[in-house]
Design a protein around this ligand. Structure first.
Ligand SMILES: C[S@@+](CC[C@H](N)C(=O)[O-])C[C@H]1O[C@@H](n2cnc3c(N)ncnc32)[C@H](O)[C@@H]1O
Length: 455
């Protein structure tokens, strides 16, 4: 079943306290628990109401997974809640339910890769928020807001990325027609090892007013969020994040470059399992930008067939052996490339000589054009990225996993969102000039400095 990440009790208590803060329930109020799982919010609501001597609102819990629902029914047998095994995203929910005074959820976080083609098409037809590479939690938001009574109040915990990715522009537009009272950025480890940079958002179904932002450092600020769907990153953070470390990504990397251009990827790139045995020694694993997917590494299952050795030298024509026999079959196509000039470059050379000594090291890669910034690690150092990929070779002193974690974190994301040029559809261009200027924490510079002093 999709996206079951239970909410710890202390977090559920915290959210319930926010839900009822200044809006205490009165007799006959109703409360919806979408994707209720085993019911941690049901328990937290009862704890809060018992402790504060308040009536428990009439609850309805909706859960798709019968296993969780059975558990919820066992856990909350005598509580004021009806627990239903239903699909919260089904249209019938809007027909069968009347509006609720309160809604509280930790909706499922399921990226588009986790959905079937039919599901994607169905959601795209029915939800304004099902745009681009959407996540299930945005649909939960849209559906829940349709069920929130006038003057009602909603509390959701979700990944913070809806504040700034281009995919979530429709959700930002919808949310900004409500009063977004508060966005609290809670601890990264709120869900243990699952790092989603969670935020708790409190929304009133009343006229929009300013929003209180609480940062992970505990700072509070009141802001007016853009209502046109544009990124909230700069407003939420009080401008592009001010990471004034004096050290940039360019300072701590030996190289930040675009992957190699062959002028004929359709010839040089083949599926690994289609490489004839005699050509295996002429191959390097490769990936394109498109093949980089959030949950996978940069191993695409494809390889370059190449006459460049690991120093970037092109093998001379009389030593080509099996490569020569294979390349000869494509000679006409290779000589047809705009980069080929007779007598100037070998007909089997690439568009440019790949700096293999740099490339063949553990590295970090990202797409050249992306909806939202994300960085992958090639620990093997064997991948030769294609032209639609940027690669970063950090200095020896920099731990690859620490740098990757920083680059995938909220500050780097917000900085890139604020500073990268835009391509079509609001996608970001990850140019090396911009990447090189990205501020990084001082520790990366310090370990580099320590290494230099040591040398
Ligand atoms: C992130 S979990 C949260 C569970 C619970 N609310 C909690 O806080 O512990 C999301 C829940 O939504 C349920 N879910 C996923 N898709 C659903 C759908 N279309 N309708 C109803 N529930 C769904 C999952 O089975 C899962 O239990």
């Amino acid at each position: 079943m999709k996206g079951h990440v239970p909410t710890p009790d202390d977090l559920a208590d915290h959210m319930v306290a926010k839900l009822f803060d200044g809006h205490e329930p009165t007799e006959g109020d109703t409360l919806l628990y979408p994707g209720c799982g085993t019911g941690p919010f049901v328990a937290a609501v009862h704890r809060y109401c018992d402790a504060n001597d308040l009536p428990v609102p009439d609850g309805v819990g909706v859960e798709l997974d019968p296993k969780h629902l059975t558990k919820a029914r066992e856990n909350h047998a005598n509580k004021n809640v009806e627990l239903l095994e239903r699909d919260f995203l089904d249209d019938s929910i809007l027909e069968d339910f009347s509006e609720f005074d309160y809604i509280i959820a930790n909706p499922p976080y399921v990226p588009i890769e986790g959905l079937s083609e039919e599901e994607k098409e169905d959601y795209k037809a029915r939800f304004d928020t099902a745009e681009g590479r959407f996540d299930l939690f945005v649909l939960f938001y849209e559906q829940a807001l349709k069920l929130l009574a006038d003057g009602g109040r909603l509390s959701f915990i979700t990944p913070e990325k809806f504040e700034y990715t281009s995919t979530t522009a429709p959700l930002r537009r919808i949310l900004s027609t409500y009063d977004i009272e508060e966005i609290e950025h809670v601890d990264e480890d709120s869900f243990g090892d699952l790092v989603t940079f969670p935020v708790i958002t409190t929304v009133n179904n009343t006229e929009p007013t300013d929003t209180r932002i609480i940062t992970r450092e505990g700072d509070e600020r009141t802001v007016s969020l853009p209502s046109d769907g544009s990124s909230w990153a700069a407003t939420v953070r009080g401008g592009a994040p001010d990471i004034d470390s004096g050290v940039t990504l360019g300072d701590v990397c030996e190289r930040i470059s675009c992957g190699v251009a062959t002028g004929a990827d359709s010839v040089f790139v083949v599926d690994e399992d289609e490489v004839p045995p005699q050509l295996e020694e002429w191959t390097y694993p490769t990936t394109s930008g498109k093949q980089l997917r959030i949950n996978d590494g940069p191993d695409s299952g494809q390889v370059f067939i190449s006459a460049y050795d690991e120093h970037g030298s092109l093998t001379s024509e009389d030593e080509l052996g099996a490569f020569g026999d294979w390349a000869d079959l494509h000679r006409e196509r290779l000589e047809d490339r705009s980069c080929y000039k007779k007598g100037k470059r070998a007909w089997y050379a690439w568009h440019e000589n790949p700096p293999m000594e740099d490339i063949l090291q553990p590295k970090i890669v990202c797409k050249d054009i992306t909806e939202s910034p994300h960085f992958w690690r090639d620990d093997t150092g064997e991948v030769v990225p294609r032209h639609s990929v940027y690669y970063l070779i950090p200095e020896d002193s920099v731990e690859l996993d620490e740098l990757q974690e920083y680059l995938n974190g909220p500050d780097a994301s917000a900085w890139l969102e604020a500073n990268c040029q835009r391509a079509a559809n609001g996608f970001l261009r990850m140019q090396s000039t911009v990447l090189k200027q990205l501020p990084v924490p001082q520790e990366f510079g310090e370990s580099r400095q320590a290494k230099l002093t040591e040398l």
